[in-house]
Design a protein around this ligand. Structure first.
Ligand code: C2O
Ligand code: CU
Length: 611
């Protein structure tokens, strides 16, 4: 195993990622930052210097479990003090599993300023073998697609707005970026002279392909807010419209139709309304796999999710939530005499942002296609996205069965609340705040006066709770208490979504767990019933992930083993939601953590003498 060394200087620079000039947080002058490419088992060492001048910094390695190095997780307030302007911190950790991951700032709303990038860990090959020999699929080459949403407002403006009374919501993004590039319509620019449509910084990215070859697209979403749908235009849809349909094969191939209410023989996609009017309904993996296949060209075979091989399934387009990664295989099998759009569209929230675009080019020329980019599925077709979630299961040859039962179940009701007129998010009525002394240091040193020692609630009064109505009591409390897990125990977490403060509104929340992967045991729409639903959990081939969607009015059940000594954040990956308290923290095996590097200290009571 090798050590991959990087030296990064993080600084603000004027950039025009969507043609509008904005102060952007860059790494060595670039946003997105450089791609980290390593081999399974390597040590990655990143020396980060904070040259942001007036702003703290922390960088999280999203999806890397940090086994034995919990202090390198990069979570400000949880595992480290922030890196002060002018200071340097070296993150060193082992990338123990192959797959597609990401890194991003984990301080305030800093991610939205442009501080993120892709981490690719390739399979350690046997001597003489090609790396992809060890993977359950083959491809000729790969491309990386980093998806993001982008605001022209500064990260300060966004953060202060959220903290204000009344709250000023961040609003829908101005642009959607693909590999850090987008195109804002300059005639709509708020400040004249800041938009330059000919800036090379907003050139539309081009993905070159060779006819007949198969590509692995590694897709990662670092959005601050948006759920996205990613699609590659095909050559048939608009040139005659002929599609062929056939039954799903025994390999379980299927296509999620881009059209929300298409009738296919005996099988119809239920509309969202139908599901919402059936409060007790829940939906498990399985039934969707009996659907039909439609071949259109440039369809995607999903093969990896969050660093784990999945049972391959074919989609016309893929839904991806903030914090998720996927690998899809795409065959360059369309008419090579023209170019095609890659399109990123907002789903799950009513879109107010133009489609983010890039170009798929067979000839190498950069000409934008004359067609209209795909607009994706209906934004409010919850079931379409739900079905992709339940169809994502472990690859048959890579199933890691979950422990058959849990030692502890934590039921977390996600609600939007008011606290002293501030708008917040809460779990079981408790809105999360970060302590001044990072938990990892506080717990290791027994600085127990630095955070609330009362554990947050394990559940809520679920029997009387109507997830389809605004909370009867909109008030919540704040706490920086954490959940202490018995080392080695098996923990179930059920995330229950509900109606927001305004009626008839429930959003999608992508929850991300640091330090672990979890098995995704089940999803449902409506209220979770602990006496009924666990019986339908998928214990056979659940996928392992680190980020999972909780769908509107729905619940998601997951299981993990508390076997990684450290302190780990678990939160909604929508940056504004975490900022508004939508998160919790787990501690496990703190006494097994080796001595902490002094470089992570310097804030709160961390300098109270070494014990
Ligand atoms: Cu990618 Cu705590 O986040
Ligand atoms: Cu959220």
């Amino acid at each position: 195993a090798a050590t991959r060394r990087y030296e990064w200087e993080v600084s603000y620079q004027f950039k025009s990622p969507d043609c509008v000039r904005k102060l952007s947080a860059t790494i060595n002058g670039q946003t997105p930052g450089p791609t980290i490419r390593a081999t399974q088992g390597d040590t990655v060492e990143v020396k980060v210097r904070n040259s942001l001048l007036t702003e703290n910094l922390a960088i999280h390695w999203h999806g890397i479990r940090q086994i034995g190095t919990p202090w390198a997780d990069g979570t400000e307030g949880v595992t480290q003090c922030p890196i002060l302007p002018g200071d340097t911190l070296t993150y060193a950790f082992v990338v123990d599993r192959p797959g597609t991951y990401m890194y991003h700032a984990h301080y305030g709303m800093q991610r939205s300023a442009g501080l993120y990038g892709v981490v690719v860990v390739v399979v350690a090959a046997a001597p003489g073998a090609k790396a992809d020999d060890a993977e359950p699929f083959a491809y000729d080459d790969e491309h990386h697609v980093l998806l993001n949403d982008w605001w022209h407002n500064s990260t300060y403006e966004l953060a202060v707005g959220l903290a204000s009374v009344p709250m000023v919501w961040v609003g829908e993004p101005h642009s959607l970026l693909i590999n850090g590039r987008g195109r804002f319509n300059c005639s709509a620019a708020a400040v004249p002279g800041t938009c330059n449509a000919t800036s090379p910084e907003c050139d539309t990215p081009v993905f070159a392909v060779v006819p007949g070859q198969t590509y692995r697209f590694r897709i990662a979403s670092v959005t601050s807010l948006s759920a996205l749908n990613f699609e590659i235009e095909d050559g048939r849809r608009r040139s005659g419209g002929h599609t062929t349909t056939r039954r799903a094969t025994s390999a379980g191939l299927l296509v999620f139709l881009p059209f929300p209410h298409v009738h296919l023989g005996c099988w119809t996609l239920p509309t969202q309304r139908k599901w919402l009017s059936r409060p007790k309904s829940s939906y498990f993996a399985g039934s969707f796999l009996k659907s039909m296949v439609v071949l259109l060209g440039h369809e995607m075979t999903v093969v990896e999710a969050d660093g784990h091989y999945v049972k391959p399934f074919v989609v016309k387009n893929i839904n991806i939530y903030s914090g998720e990664t996927y690998s899809v295989l795409i065959k360059a099998d369309q008419d090579p005499n023209r170019n095609y759009w890659l399109a990123s569209n907002v789903v799950s929230r009513q879109p107010a942002t133009p489609t983010g675009t890039a170009i798929l080019s067979y000839s190498g020329d950069r000409a934008p296609p004359s067609t209209t980019p795909p607009t994706g599925p209906a934004w409010n077709d919850t079931m379409y996205r739900f079905q992709q979630s339940v169809a994502t299961v472990a690859h048959p040859a890579y199933v890691e069965p979950p422990p058959p039962r849990a030692d502890r179940t934590i039921l977390l009701l996600n609600t939007q609340n008011k606290i002293d007129a501030h708008t917040k998010w809460a779990l079981n009525g408790v809105s999360f705040t970060l302590p001044h002394t990072p938990y990892l240091v506080a717990m290791k040193r027994g600085l127990l006066d630095t955070f609330d020692q009362r554990p947050p609630p394990e559940t809520y009064a679920y029997q009387g709770y109507d997830v389809y109505a605004p909370p009867q009591n909109p008030n919540a409390t704040t706490s920086d208490g954490l959940y202490r897990l018995r080392f080695g125990s098996v923990v179930d977490v059920v995330l229950q979504n509900a109606n927001m403060l305004a009626p008839n509104k429930s959003e999608t929340h992508p929850w991300h767990l640091h330090g672990h992967d979890f098995w995704v045991l089940g999803y449902g729409i409506g209220r979770f019933d602990p006496a009924v639903h666990p019986a339908s959990y998928n214990l056979k081939d659940p996928v392992l992930k680190n980020t999972v969607a909780v769908h509107p009015y729905g619940w998601t059940a997951l299981r993990f083993k508390a076997d990684n000594p450290g302190v780990w954040a678990f939160h909604c990956h929508i940056e504004a939601h975490f900022f508004m308290g939508m998160g919790i923290v787990f501690e496990e095996g703190i006494q097994r953590v080796a001595s902490l590097p002094p470089e992570i200290m310097g804030c709160g009571e961390t300098n109270g003498g070494h014990r």
